[in-house]
Design a protein around this ligand. Structure first.
Ligand code: MN
Length: 237
């Protein structure tokens, strides 16, 4: 297809990925993410995170785990009586509507895990050193006092999550301050009124092939080499 034949929207999306024609760009509040659900394309090649995260890990983590949450929801939609409370809702609305409701635990877990993983892949960028945007460093210094303090809090909070879960850099909409929080299993700070900026998956499936039990090595390598600060900045209010 010639670029001139593309819609203006498709053209601007194509530009975002360096000229390759990309599918629709995912955004954290994408209202378009409603049933039937899709597995959003990775924003880079399977091996782009190597050697910090191997292509083998991406193949299982994205191709099997992330996909399983999509498959669960699309099966759940078929039971129209049980799905009725969520009919027509966007993914984020499903997460909010099912959170904390024991009768909707399975829907919450799979909807939140679909969202969390899509957010996780975008929290990462191809391996290598990337400069942090000045606006992000300023916000970090303002909220944490120093880059070192921020880095330490992100690492220790994330590494210290007991069992499966997530480490998050979030923004508190009440005062615009940045914070580090962790959540268990599928829980997501969206349901606590916090705005996610970046996340690190510390379920064992995220690192066991590459790091076995060395969670700290995985988390530190991610923070040092793969964090997508541009994505975090885009998510900031
Ligand atoms: Mn995961």
């Amino acid at each position: 297809m010639n670029r001139l034949q593309l819609s203006r929207r498709a053209f601007s999306q194509a530009l975002l990925v360096g000229g390759a024609i990309a599918p629709m760009v995912w955004t954290p509040n994408a209202a378009a993410q409603a049933a039937p659900f899709e597995l959003p394309a990775l924003p880079y090649a399977d091996g782009a995170l190597s050697p910090v995260i191997s292509a083998a890990t991406v193949a299982v983590h994205y191709g099997k785990h992330h996909k399983s949450y999509v498959d669960f929801l699309n099966n759940a939609v078929k039971d129209s009586a049980r799905w009725q409370p969520f009919a027509g809702m966007s993914l984020v609305d499903i997460i909010r509507a099912s959170a904390g409701k024991p009768e909707h635990t399975a829907v919450f877990n799979n909807a939140a895990q679909l969202w969390n993983h899509t957010f996780y892949w975008r929290s990462l960028r191809p391996a290598g050193k990337a400069d942090m945007p000045a606006q992000m460093s300023a916000a970090i210094n303002d909220s944490f006092g120093s880059m070192e303090a921020f880095r330490k809090e992100l690492a220790t909070t994330t590494i210290g999550q007991f069992g499966s879960g997530w480490g998050w850099m979030v923004q508190d909409p009440a005062n615009k301050k940045l914070k580090i929080v962790r959540t268990s299993n599928a829980d997501v700070p969206l349901t606590q009124g916090l705005k996610p900026l970046l996340t690190i998956d510390v379920w064992e499936h995220a690192y066991y092939i590459d790091y076995q039990n060395r969670r700290a090595d995985y988390v530190n390598a991610l923070i040092d080499q793969l964090m997508n600060w541009d994505f975090a900045l885009k998510n900031m209010a």
